[in-house]
Design a protein around this ligand. Structure first.
Ligand SMILES: Cc1cc2nc3c(=O)[nH]c(=O)nc-3n(C[C@H](O)[C@H](O)[C@H](O)COP(=O)(O)OP(=O)(O)OC[C@H]3O[C@@H](n4cnc5c(N)ncnc54)[C@H](O)[C@@H]3O)c2cc1C
Ligand code: HEM
Length: 419
């Protein structure tokens, strides 16, 4: 097993071997379990089921050692990231370093490997639905084959450092990781190809500048970006997001070293009525921590790198249902800045579909896009049912619905009525 050999060393030469094995795996795999016509029909791989081909012997070994990995828990995760960043400081720029400091998100990578291991043991299958969101995120971040090899080396290195040096165990986990990585890389390549094939779209990063900033609540600002190359931007599915990379040229200290840039994702807002469809990309950002604060403080004309639209939190599946059921109700539920993807969806369908809009916010001051929702309600009188809950209303928000009260507002004790 070349992969097993490669994991015994962190040398670049061995890492190249690991990438080569992944690459060979991809070539041998014929890239997709779908026929071409099926591929054209589906919008994302939720219906795909990947079948594991790891040998029963490897699976038995993984099964026997999976509890050890589980027991090591947080120590395993911490050790994995510590050793990976120490040998590959460039990856500090790829991973969200606030997530590393706070702690819950980093567990997800290794938890998913463990979940995939359980799936391999129990059913021998990995549902495409379970990994689509992850693959979209990886594709948006442009995770490379070589980076998969680095993660694999460090996964096995962590097992070896903390749990066992038994070669059979390392070989079994190596085989399983290689297979999971192949499934991910294959899907991510499909996503990248599909994204790049959309007119106006691009691979990698594209340079944009801020051409407009508009406050949509006291804490959320809408940013309008225009590409520097002056070429069109792509149309996108409502609910998809762009990735934005913020540079820190001087280097910023963090838990594992110093990073020089950080990526974050932001849902794309639909163009406003009358705005050209293929000229701008807009996002609505809540001022929170590192990157969002820098965005809020940046002036019109500031340049940023953006990714093309990615993501699978979209309405495509529902649209398929509409082909057969005309009166399927649409209910949008959101809270706080979580309004952004569902507002994009509502903007896309409100002219043709009745819908219910349920939104929760802290109070009227931070309630984004309230005027826009009132406008849509007025245009679609009777077709858009709108309910808003404030957790901590301000005096000027008025009492919940009733005579002379705020017509938007309901609280959990109030019986909601259509208006
Ligand atoms: C698919 C997707 C779409 C998204 N769409 C949007 C969108 O449309 N609009 C939007 O505003 N956001 C959106 N987000 C969230 C966005 O990507 C960022 O996560 C968000 O802007 C916060 O990033 P930041 O760098 O400003 O804050 P970070 O620095 O990442 O901090 C995040 C939070 O952690 C807190 N924090 C920082 N350090 C610590 C610490 N040591 N301990 C405890 N807490 C800490 C911060 O105060 C902050 O509240 C989306 C995320 C995803 C994944
Ligand atoms: C088979 C291997 C991998 C698995 C199972 C995996 C799993 C995951 C999961 C579950 C998430 C969270 C997704 C979400 O919250 O929506 C995630 C996010 C992420 N992954 Fe992976 N991943 C793998 C490989 C990689 C590799 C090779 C890299 C790059 C070296 C990488 C970089 C990231 C980054 C940067 C994020 C965003 C979250 C963050 O920055 O903390 N992943 N991955």
């Amino acid at each position: 097993m070349i992969f097993l050999a490669s994991r015994l060393s962190l040398s670049l030469c061995r890492r190249a071997e690991t990438s080569a094995v992944l690459e060979a795996n991809l070539r041998g795999r014929n890239h997709s379990p779908f026929s071409k016509s099926q591929q054209q029909l589906r919008t994302f791989a939720a219906d795909t089921v990947y079948k594991f081909t790891v040998t029963p012997k490897h699976l038995e070994t993984v099964k026997a050692t999976l509890p050890l990995v589980g027991q090591a828990g947080t120590d395993f995760t911490k050790h994995f990231y510590r050793r990976m960043f120490a040998a590959n400081p460039g990856l500090l720029n790829v991973f969200n370093q606030t997530n590393q400091a706070v702690g819950s998100q980093p567990k997800k990578l290794l938890e998913t490997v463990a979940v995939a291991a359980s799936a391999a043991i129990e059913t021998g299958e990995l549902p495409g639905e379970a990994i689509e969101g992850i693959c979209q995120k990886h594709a948006a971040l442009h995770i490379t084959l070589e980076q998969y090899a680095v993660v694999g080396e460090n996964l096995l290195g962590t097992i070896e450092d903390l749990l066992t040096t038994d070669q059979a165990v390392l070989e079994a986990w190596g085989a399983l990781y290689q297979e999971i990585a192949t499934v991910f890389v294959t899907r991510e390549k499909e996503i990248a190809d599909k994204v790049a094939s959309v007119p106006g779209s691009w691979s990698g990063r594209r340079r944009f500048k801020i051409v407009d900033k508009e406050k949509v609540s006291s804490v959320i600002t809408r940013f309008k970006f225009e590409p520097l190359d002056g070429k069109p931007t792509p149309e996108f599915e409502p609910g998809t997001y762009t990735t934005i990379w913020v540079p820190f040229p001087e280097g910023e200290e963090c838990l594992h070293g110093a990073y020089k840039e950080q990526p974050r994702h932001y849902t794309l807002a639909m163009p406003r009525d009358g705005e050209p469809k293929n000229r701008y990309m807009s996002i609505s950002v809540k001022k929170e921590g590192l990157v969002s604060s820098i965005l809020h403080d940046s002036d019109i004309g500031t340049e940023w790198d953006l990714s093309a639209p990615h993501g699978c939190f979209v309405m495509s599946g529902v649209e398929k249902l509409w082909l057969t059921e005309n009166d399927v109700p649409v209910v949008f539920l959101s809270a706080g800045v979580g309004i952004t993807p569902v507002l994009a969806m509502l903007e896309n369908i409100y002219k043709t579909r009745p819908a219910s809009w349920l939104h929760a916010a802290q109070n009227g001051d931070v309630h984004a896009y309230r005027d826009r929702l009132r406008e849509i309600s007025a245009i679609r009188a009777g077709e858009l049912i709108r309910r808003v809950w404030y957790e901590d209303p301000l005096p000027e928000d008025g009492p919940p619905a009733g005579d002379g009260a705020n017509p938007d507002l309901y609280n959990t004790n109030h019986e909601t009525v259509p208006h």
